[in-house]
Design a protein around this ligand. Structure first.
Ligand SMILES: N[C@@H](CCC(=O)N[C@@H](CS)C(=O)NCC(=O)O)C(=O)O
Length: 129
């Protein structure tokens, strides 16, 4: 039964995936533009972040749109197709669920799940002018 359900959702994702990606492209918000110096500062801060995601997950699309809106470039990890990234997410975060933002600081590493929590964290950390 479980494998049947998995097959069903995988097929659904295969069919809906291209439509979701087209929707993401059509609804993409304008990317925030900063001065080169300001952008370089933000890029340096974003180097401590990693987004674990599935390309066609609607919750990940929501987070990617927010990144664009805030002019943030964050390295992405494919937890759907890459066994190594999937394993890293499970080992570090404790479960396979996306989106998940890995936040590395000198004090330690935080694995932030839930698209709404990630978006709220980004808004607080990178407020728009
Ligand atoms: N409430 C969560 C929902 C996230 C969610 O359901 N993600 C799905 C993909 S769309 C997932 O990670 N599923 C685990 C799996 O397919 O292994 C959010 O807003 O981030």
């Amino acid at each position: 039964m479980r494998s049947l359900l998995r097959f069903f959702f995988r097929t659904l994702r295969l069919v809906l995936g291209p439509l979701l990606l087209l929707g993401e492209w059509l609804a993409r918000p304008p990317r925030l533009v900063r001065t080169p110096a300001a952008q370089a500062r933000i890029d340096a801060e974003c180097a401590n972040l990693l987004l674990y995601q599935f390309s066609t997950c609607p919750f990940c699309i929501k987070v990617r749109q927010e990144l664009r809106r805030r002019g943030l470039t964050i390295e992405r990890r494919d937890a759907q197709h890459s066994p190594a990234d999937r394993a890293a997410l499970a080992a570090g975060g404790g479960r396979i669920k996306v989106p998940c933002l890995k936040i590395s600081t000198p004090e330690g590493t935080q694995w932030l799940y839930e698209s709404t929590h990630i978006i709220a964290w980004l808004a607080q950390r990178f407020p728009t002018p």
